[in-house]
Design a protein around this ligand. Structure first.
Ligand SMILES: Nc1ncnc2c1ncn2[C@@H]1O[C@H](COP(=O)(O)OP(=O)(O)OP(=O)(O)O)[C@@H](O)[C@H]1O
Ligand SMILES: [Mg+2]
Length: 234
């Protein structure tokens, strides 16, 4: 479904990814773990084409998209919920969701139904639908960010630390919503600091350190690897 083959990625003059390979099968949830600065966000950005990636390949649903510009990657079923949410604070919740369907506007069928579905996934959002998103709590803003990404009807959802800075009860709510998305068959690649919850959701995990993959295996094996101190290697 999604495959990175020996990808190298640069940010400015720095080569951040040094030959990273990763696969995510259809319907699978895979966790990408690693210490701060390891290159996790850069890897997700590489899938979306945000940074130059001179060697290696990005393959989605059997098609190589390494040189496809970012704005076209949405057509390959990819959607990213970026680090720190990046919602439009001055727009309403409903307008934020609708923007997620921007590329579908010419065949706008079902957009309002999908807005309603987004609200179903996070029932707490319904009462806020006409409020400016910037006024919501951090957890509610995260729900808007996930809802907005889903409006593109992606087949692969990339999540960059969706529970960063959220209270434990909200973290639980976000993970419950992600579990429902997993049950619906969505393919998910998730970067998370809440390691045990991420591994409970995922069936497999990768650990990266200093721009390289240092581990891949089942979630249970990842628990052991982490106990051996992989995350402390940053
Ligand atoms: N704009 C930039 N120019 C040059 N180097 C950058 C830039 N942004 C990030 N980097 C470097 O790229 C490396 C990887 O950053 P990245 O944000 O991908 O790490 P991360 O694993 O997501 O970390 P975190 O857990 O803190 O989010 C870091 O060493 C960082 O200093
Ligand atoms: Mg990051």
């Amino acid at each position: 479904m999604l495959e990175l083959v020996e990808t190298t990625t640069r940010r400015g003059r720095v080569q951040v990814l040094n030959g990273c390979s990763l696969t995510v099968a259809k319907g699978e949830v895979v966790a990408l773990l690693g210490p701060n600065g390891a290159g996790k966000s850069t890897l997700l950005g590489t899938v979306m084409g945000l940074y130059p990636s001179p060697t290696g390949q990005v393959i989605v649903q059997g098609q190589e998209i390494t040189r496809v510009p970012t704005h076209r990657r949405i057509h390959y079923g990819l959607a990213l919920v970026p680090e720190r949410r990046q919602i439009f604070a001055h727009l309403t919740v409903e307008d934020n969701l609708q923007l997620g369907a921007f590329h579908r506007r010419r065949h706008g069928v079902g957009i309002s139904r999908d807005v309603a579905e987004g609200m179903d996934l996070f029932p707490g959002l319904l009462k806020h639908r006409h409020r400016q998103a910037g006024w919501l709590s951090g957890g509610e803003q995260q729900m808007v960010a996930i809802g907005r990404a889903l409006m593109a009807r992606p087949e692969i959802l990339l999540l960059d630390e969706p529970t960063l800075g959220l209270a434990p009860v909200i973290v639980k709510e976000v993970f419950e919503a992600l579990a429902r998305l997993k049950d619906s068959g969505l393919t998910i690649l998730i970067v998370e600091q809440n390691v045990s919850q991420a591994l409970a959701l995922a069936s497999r995990a990768y650990i990266m350190v200093h721009g390289q993959m240092v581990f891949k295996g089942s979630s249970a094996e990842a628990h052991h690897a982490l106990a051996e101190g992989y995350l402390a290697m940053g």
